[in-house]
Structure formats: structure tokens, C-alpha cells
Design a protein around this ligand. Structure first.
Ligand code: 4AD
Length: 457
């Protein structure tokens, strides 16, 4: 269908005086005796284009209802405040789709909870129009950052036989229904599709390491699945995960890459989406733009886990979860560190080995591993990463301590046998990045169809 994107028309005065065709959905409509106004949005821009309908010819004009889809041909004209509008006559307005009066988005100002109940329609509200675009722009920028720095994009398997994080949060993949005749677990798995237990991957890291050991620098960008029973505003059962993995790199290098990557994509976002950022600043988080500008112009903070525990213990705060060396940092602790102590993004490094995964490089102190989490104000952790254990014997020892089945990880162990190198990487939760850059407080509002415990649509 030949037409011009509203975004193109609104961004160039060159259209003035020209005949153009636009398509879109009616956001509002006003009618009077000689003239009518329609606000049309086609999704390409947060802004609507105003159609000014000249009724003086006496042609039949049926006022369109909110939600209807139209194709309009008219003459672009300079409107107020430097905008461009479209002058059209009634006969050049074609109805593509009717919209009955039960259309749920008749009025503005719906709550996010209400909009969440209609994931198929909420993209037609300003809020979700802006969120989906920010999501798209951030995705493109992430690719740009890695591609322009010689990383190779790899696609790691979604169905896997090994649990990367070892936290037992894998969804099972099976073709055998509940009514099975098998007597033992072994017999059951042996008869299943893959002949052994399989699940949805919680992370592409292990296969990412395989690729990095050949290509040097790689990244993945795909979904990860976690069967975590955490009904929180920052956990999804299916989230999008960016995982760079770099050979010839130590923990400091991993931290530098993470900081450069975030600064790059946020700088691009501020340049590409000024309207969307202004919208979120006005409606969701006052000071968002200043916060993002601040982030890209200063170094991130850095603190060890052991120092962070001390800061928390000396804070005088009444935390719900008690703080002692060896505990996992909870969101309340993470937010205290980034919001109250550092007042900016902060890398926390060198966690106790017991609370981190088997693959992390063991530090000489015998107690901690070369892990890193990035904590940001408002959200908490958005990145988790580490330098990997590159020593075969140490890795095997860590896996045995955790009673892991080494047979399932033979490829992974081979990497430490054949030309092992220091290497590391991290995982960035894409939805958490979107929350941080938009000020949206609930992860369910930054993905098209959120999957959370007890909820799928
Ligand atoms: O810290 P995590 O579990 O680290 C890994 O998966 C490593 N294998 C990454 C690596 O080193 N390649 O997860 C990384 C990030 C978290 O910081 C968080 O942003 C996001 O993934 N994440 C989730 N996002 C939404 N919902 C969930 N349930 C998430 N779990 C993790």
C-alpha cells in the first residue's frame, strides 16, 4: 500500500505543499460545521499527524471513531509550533477498518495494570509506542556496538542438556505427557525426545565460550528462560539476554567492556529517541534524561563484595534480609549501594564462591571468585558476569564440589585442555536495561508478552 511514514513527514519541512498519503489509527477526532480534525498515529512516531478535514465542498463526512484505521491523502502544510499537518477533503479519507464503541482504548490515561490486561492493544497507547521503539533502538545499538568492535554474533541453542547457572531453574523440554508408563526417571528420560533430560537454556554462556575460543570475541542476543518462582517487578520466565564472551581477557577487561557498551547504547538512545525520553521523563521518572546524561559522562563506581558488605553493615539501615559476609545481595541491598552510597551505577566484584556459579575464576584467597555484577539505581542488578576459570584441574574440582555430572560438560572442559586462555564475559538482561533507560518500574511493561510465574497469554 503506497504511503509515507508519519515520522518522515513530521521530520521534514520539504513535504510542505506536496500531496502525500498516510495510514494510521485514529487517536482522537473533533468535528465542527466546516472543519474536522483527526489525530492519526501510524506507530512510526510518538507524535500523531493532524488531519485537517475541509468540509466546505459539502461532501459527505462521517466522523471516524477512535481506533479506526484510515488511509488519507492530502496536502502537507505547516502547522503550529513547527509541526506539519495534512489538509484533506472527506472524499480522500478511506476507512480501512471500522472500530466499534467497545474499543478499550477510547480514552487516555489508562493505568499500566489495565493496559497489561490487553497486551495485543496496549502498543497503541503513547506509553507502549515509546517503550517498543526504545526497545528496538537499544537492540540495534547493542548490535552496532559489538559489530563495530569486531565481535561475531552467534546464536546459541535454546534447548540444552546442561544447566549453565546450576541454580536448578531450567524449564523441562519433553514430549511425554503426564500419563506415562515409565517406572523410573532414567527410563522416562531415555524414552523422551532426546533420549535424555533436556531443558530450555538459562544462558548461552557455555556455548558462547565455545565460540569465543575460536572467534576471539563473540556475543549472543537471544531469549533465556528461568523457571524462578520470583513474582517480582524485575523477573521474567522468558527474557532477552545479551552475552558477550571474550578470549584473552581478565575481569578488568570484562568490566571495561560492560561500561563502554552501556555508555554507547545510552548515548545513541538519547540521540535517537529524544521525544520518547522526554515523554518518560514527564510521565514516569522526573529527571530521567539528566540521570542518563550523568551516567554517560562519569566513570561507574567499583567496590568489592567484601567492602559492600561492610558498607551495608555500617549503614544503620533496617534491612529485611540480614547482612553478613557470604549472603546473597538482595535487591534492597543492591539499591542501597547504588542509590545511597554511590548514587550511580556501580560494579560489585569478587563474590564468595559459594553463592556464585561453578565456572567463575577462583581468586588466590580461596574464598572468592572473579565475579562482577553491575548495580544501577532504581533497578538493582542489570549485568552479571565474570572471568572464567581457565584452569582444567581447578574447574573440575569446583564442579566436583557441586556434585555436577562432568560427562554433561565434556565439551566445556575440553576448552581448558586445548589451548586454554584467560577469558570472560557477562550477561545483560535486556528488559532490565529498558527499565533503567525508560523509568518503567515493572518488567512486564517492557516486553510485548510477559511470561511470569502463573501467567501466560
Ligand atoms: O547473573 P545471571 O544469571 O548471569 C548469567 O546468566 C551468566 N551466564 C551471564 C554471563 O556471564 N554470560 O544473568 C545475567 C543477567 C542479570 O544480571 C539480569 O539482568 C538478567 O540476566 N536476568 C533476568 N532478567 C529478567 N528476568 C530474569 N528472571 C532474569 N534473570 C537474570
Amino acid at each position: 500500500m503506497k504511503h509515507t511514514d508519519v515520522k518522515e513527514i513530521l521530520s521534514s519541512q520539504e513535504f510542505v505543499g506536496k500531496t502525500v498519503t498516510v495510514c494510521g489509527w485514529v487517536r482522537t477526532s473533533r468535528n465542527s460545521k466546516s472543519v474536522a480534525f483527526i489525530e492519526l498515529n501510524d506507530g512510526t512516531s510518538l507524535k500523531n499527524i493532524q488531519i485537517v478535514v475541509d468540509k466546505s465542498s459539502g461532501a459527505d463526512y462521517k466522523e471516524p471513531r477512535v481506533g479506526m484505521s484510515l488511509k488519507v491523502t492530502g496536502t502537507a502544510a505547516a502547522g503550529r509550533n513547527n509541526t506539519i499537518e495534512l489538509n484533506a477533503s472527506p472524499e480522500n479519507i478511506e476507512v480501512l477498518g471500522e472500530c466499534p464503541t467497545d474499543y478499550p482504548l477510547q480514552k487516555k490515561g489508562h493505568t499500566l495494570e489495565f493496559l497489561r490486561s490487553m497486551p495485543h492493544l496496549r502498543g497503541r497507547s503513547n506509553t507502549f509506542n515509546a517503550v517498543w521503539r526504545v526497545r528496538s533502538v537499544l537492540a540495534a545499538s547493542l548490535h552496532k556496538f559489538f559489530q563495530s568492535n569486531n565481535y561475531v554474533y552467534v546464536n546459541t541453542p535454546l534447548i540444552t542438556g546442561s544447566d549453565c547457572e546450576g541454580a536448578g531453574e531450567m524449564f523441562q523440554v519433553t514430549t511425554i505427557g503426564y500419563n506415562n508408563e515409565y517406572k523410573t526417571e532414567e527410563e522416562y528420560y531415555a524414552n523422551d525426545f532426546f533420549g535424555k533430560r533436556a531443558g530450555l537454556s538459562v544462558s548461552g554462556q557455555l556455548e558462547g565460550e565455545v565460540a569465543a575460543m575460536a572467534m576471539g570475541k563473540i556475543y549472543t542476543f537471544g531469549p533465556s528462560f528461568r523457571a524462578e518462582n520470583s513474582n517480582t517487578p524485575k523477573h521474567l520466565a522468558e527474557f532477552w539476554h545479551i552475552e558477550p564472551e571474550v578470549a584473552f581477557a581478565e575481569l578488568d577487561d570484562v568490566i571495561e567492556i560492560a561500561e563502554n557498551m552501556l555508555k554507547f547504547v545510552i548515548r545513541e538512545l538519547l540521540e535517537t529517541c529524544p521525544d520518547e525520553i522526554a515523554f518518560f521523563d514527564a510521565h514516569f521518572e522526573k529527571g530521567l534524561k539528566a540521570r542518563l546524561e550523568e551516567l554517560i559522562s562519569h566513570d561507574f563506581g567499583r567496590v568489592t563484595y567484601t567492602e559492600a558488605i561492610k558498607l551495608l553493615q555500617e549503614s544503620g539501615e533496617d534491612f529485611v534480609y540480614p547482612v553478613e559476609w557470604g549472603c546473597d545481595l538482595q535487591t534492597e541491598h543492591e539499591r542501597y549501594i547504588s542509590e545511597k552510597v554511590f548514587k550511580k551505577a556501580v560494579f560489585v566484584t569478587d563474590y564468595p564462591k559459594e553463592i556464585k556459579s561453578f565456572y567463575m575464576k577462583q581468586n588466590p584467597d580461596g574464598k572468592t571468585v572473579a565475579a562482577v555484577d553491575l548495580l544501577v539505581p532504581g533497578v538493582g542488578e542489570i549485568i552479571g558476569g565474570s572471568e572464567r576459570e581457565a584452569d582444567y584441574d581447578k574447574l573440575v574440582a569446583a564442579m566436583k564440589e557441586r556434585n555436577m555430572n562432568l560427562d554433561l560438560y565434556s565439551d566445556y572442559l575440553d576448552l581448558r585442555k586445548y589451548g586454554s586462555v584467560p577469558h570472560g564475559g557477562f550477561g545483560l538482561g535486556f528488559e532490565r536495561l529498558i527499565m533503567y533507560t525508560t523509568g518503567m518500574a515493572n518488567i512486564r511493561d517492557v516486553i510485548l508478552y510477559p511470561r511470569t510465574v502463573g501467567s501466560i497469554r
